[in-house]
Ligand binder design. Structure first.
Ligand SMILES: *Cc1c(COP(=O)(O)O)cnc(C)c1O
Length: 227
């Protein structure tokens, strides 16, 4: 059985190798540990192995873990679907939200983020044509949502996120990630401060790195199967 520290070491070596192979600058791809349905003990182990950024999908579960792990000073990323009536605890307890797909959600997150706190980092979630989930804005509407978020005082727009449908081969995975990467490049020409292209999971991060991901969201390959 491999330990979490070994998995993280292996993943870091693999990411470094893909950076070289696909002509990406060294250390341009960051690692977000997706800890949904994993224990706080496992999160502590991953933190001891050097990870600070953790992604959660389910609000109630996440709030309990954030409370229990306060001593570690972790960066918490909300990456799941967002219901409008749940935005307040998200605005109050997370540093990042990757799954902003509607203007109403963006507005509420900004209104509910305290002005004593730094702005909440957000990514606009884009629904690609073969998207696995229903969340997210169509590619054609991403720019309008970004324009709106740019005006909100307590949100800091960082980039785009997507969850493409699981595809079996590298070429088709790369194709769907390239759609998001193209939109990101277009937006960056307008908003040069954008720095985050959140794409790639355990089964497709090679394709994501090849297409320009700056943040891969990895659960299973770090922690093993979820309970
Ligand atoms: C669960 C999840 C992940 C991680 O998936 P793995 O296949 O376990 O790496 C990444 N991103 C999102 C949005 C998820 O819901």
């Amino acid at each position: 059985m491999t330990t979490i520290a070994e998995n993280i070491g292996q993943l870091r070596r693999q990411i470094r190798q893909f950076e070289q192979q696909y002509d990406r600058p060294a250390d341009s791809v960051n690692l977000l540990a997706v800890s949904k349905r994993q224990s706080t003990q496992k999160i502590r182990e991953a933190n001891q192995a050097g990870l600070q950024d953790f992604g959660e999908n389910y609000l109630q579960e996440a709030l309990e873990k954030i409370q229990q792990l306060q001593d570690l000073r972790l960066n918490w990323h909300f990456i799941g679907p967002i219901q409008a009536n749940k935005t307040k605890p998200i605005a109050e307890n997370f540093q990042w939200v990757h799954s902003v797909g509607r203007a109403k959600i963006a507005q509420r997150l900004s209104d509910q983020r305290s002005s004593d706190e730094p702005a909440l980092n957000v990514c606009v979630q884009v629904k690609l044509s073969d998207e696995a989930t229903k969340s997210g804005v169509a590619v054609a509407e991403a720019e309008a949502l970004c324009d709106m978020i740019e005006q909100l005082p307590q949100l800091q727009l960082r980039g785009l996120m997507a969850i493409p449908a699981a595809l079996p081969d590298l070429a088709s995975q790369r194709h769907s990630f390239s759609l998001l990467a193209n939109e990101f490049a277009r937006l960056k020409a307008r908003y040069s401060h954008l720095d985050t292209l959140s794409m790639g999971m355990s089964n497709d991060y090679e394709a994501a790195v090849a297409e320009g991901s700056t943040l891969v969201r990895i659960g299973t390959a770090i922690f093993g199967a979820r309970s």
